[in-house]
Design a protein around this ligand. Sequence first.
Ligand SMILES: O=c1ccn([C@H]2C[C@H](O)[C@@H](COP(=O)(O)OP(=O)(O)OP(=O)(O)O)O2)c(=O)[nH]1
Ligand SMILES: [Mg+2]
Length: 149
Amino acid sequence: MKSVDLKILDARMRDYLPAYATAGSAGLDLRACLDEAMTIAPGQTVLVPTGLAIHLADPGYAAVILPRSGLGHKHGIVLGNLVGLIDSDYQGQLMVSTWNRGAEPFVLQPLERLAQMVIVPVARVAFNVVDDFEGSARGAGGFGSTGRQ
Ligand SMILES: O=c1ccn([C@H]2C[C@H](O)[C@@H](COP(=O)(O)OP(=O)(O)OP(=O)(O)O)O2)c(=O)[nH]1
Ligand SMILES: [Mg+2]
């Protein structure tokens, strides 16, 4: 398993480090590093600190922050940026843009798990500018061009 440097920015997080819940989990839950409960009104977006920083260091990796399915589906708590992308050279605090897209106020509790982070491999490319592409089966056929069945 790859080792990633992690800084604990708030001492309370020491006992709540992100961990895989099961041997097959892809996501690491991120918690709300809050001093007190916070009510997020319908339609409101708040930036929630996690009390943690990571430094992936290797440009062949990134982290993505995704909603937790239960919070998103049942309570409308998703991400203001839809998906958060953590660059391999980012060393600042992991922040969760938290959007209540639901119809009811949502009370976010201190240390509640509010989003999840997935570490992903990244292919970085150099562009080769051309006038024409080599032919492909799809060509420029776009949305729906292969039909529905
Ligand atoms: O949900 C998120 C998204 C991003 N970040 C941090 C890590 C990321 O590396 C940095 C910049 O994010 P991004 O590149 O998506 O934002 P930007 O608006 O393009 O800002 P910048 O000009 O800093 O690149 O902010 C978070 O902590 N949480
Ligand atoms: Mg950017």
